[in-house]
Design a protein around this ligand. Structure first.
Ligand SMILES: [Zn+2]
Ligand SMILES: [Zn+2]
Length: 323
């Protein structure tokens, strides 16, 4: 009864937050995909068996500030943690990682900046997950002696079959930081040896997006506030993780062009919108207020799109997609 009623509902009913889904009989259903935001551009996507991480960054250290970080980059009042500089050793917070990540099968890395890659060597060594990323990213992992069998190097354009899911690697571009003055063609070289400095693990190395096809869902993930519009052509994801921090405003009609190019996706989850210098549990009030403008942009361009502003580690359950 409940099942058939649910089946007849439009997409709005096909996404449940954890509390709603727990009320359903026999949940979790097989093939049910759950997304959890880890903060920054980090996500865990799982069907209860296979766990795919994207840009997992749990350390949230008081790290060196990127160019044009603005007010989000100023040290937090009362923050007594060590402030790292670019030439300090890039040490992740292993305890923070271990508190949240027990298992992973795949780690997808969008680019080699420390808020995307700092935690990946530890997670890869601990979980033996396969790491998909650019040559730059894989060179960082090699420096930490992550076995070569775990590394899959991509450049964008690949469309790989992994059995339980497939992965289309989308050529992309980095956020236009520092009012469009950010640009980097640098990549992490071969032959580095850990411990690496923040400077060594942060040379971008090119930026990728990922389209995961997983239990009839198509989940498109970005790790920042930009995209190549022509690379969106023909994609029709039902879930899109869209970079939503302020640097999106450097981009012409950022949300509108994206919604139209992706044929008005049913669900958008803003990503990389929080202040990642603030530890878990600290106030994200300015970021939460700021992200509302992104929600309005999406709704203006695509009124039927549901936007869920995620909370850290909250399970967002996708009902099995229609066959
Ligand atoms: Zn970056
Ligand atoms: Zn970033």
């Amino acid at each position: 009864m409940l099942k058939s009623a649910l089946a007849s509902l439009a997409f709005a009913a096909s996404v449940f937050c954890a509390t709603a889904a727990q009320d359903l009989p026999n949940s979790p259903k097989s093939g049910q995909v759950t997304l959890k935001w880890l903060g920054t551009a980090g996500w865990e996507i799982s069907d209860g068996s296979t766990i795919i991480l994207i840009d997992p960054y749990l350390s949230r250290i008081n790290g060196p500030r990127p160019p044009g970080a603005g007010s989000a980059g100023t040290p937090l009042p009362g923050d007594t943690r060590k402030l790292y500089g670019w030439d300090d050793a890039a040490a992740p917070d292993d305890a923070a990682i271990d508190a949240h990540i027990q298992r992973a099968n795949f780690i997808l890395v969008t680019h080699t900046h420390y808020d995307h890659v700092l935690d990946v060597p530890h997670i890869a060594l601990k979980t033996h997950a396969t790491v998909v990323g650019t040559e730059s990213t894989e060179n960082v992992l090699r420096a930490y002696r992550v076995p070569e069998e775990q590394l899959i190097t991509v450049r964008g354009g690949e469309d790989y079959e992994f059995g339980v899911f497939s992965l289309k690697v989308i050529p992309s571009i980095h956020s236009a930081l520092d009012h469009k003055h950010y640009y980097s063609s640098a990549k992490a070289p071969e032959g580095m040896k850990a411990p690496l400095t923040f400077r060594q693990i942060s040379p971008e190395g090119g930026t990728l997006g990922y389209l995961l096809r997983f239990h009839r869902h198509q989940i498109l993930a970005f790790g920042g506030m930009n995209y190549v519009e022509r690379e969106m052509q023909g994609l029709k994801p039902d879930v899109v993780l869209v970079g939503a921090a302020g640097s999106r405003k450097e981009i012409y009609d950022y949300s509108g062009r994206l919604m139209r190019a992706l044929q008005f996706p049913p669900l958008v989850l803003p990503t990389h919108w929080d202040n990642f210098f603030v530890p878990y549990g600290g106030s994200q009030r300015p970021a939460i207020d700021a992200v509302q403008a992104f929600v309005r942009e999406v709704h203006a361009a695509s009124p039927k799109t549901k936007v869920i502003v995620p909370e850290y580690f909250e399970a967002i359950l996708l009902e099995p997609a229609e066959k």
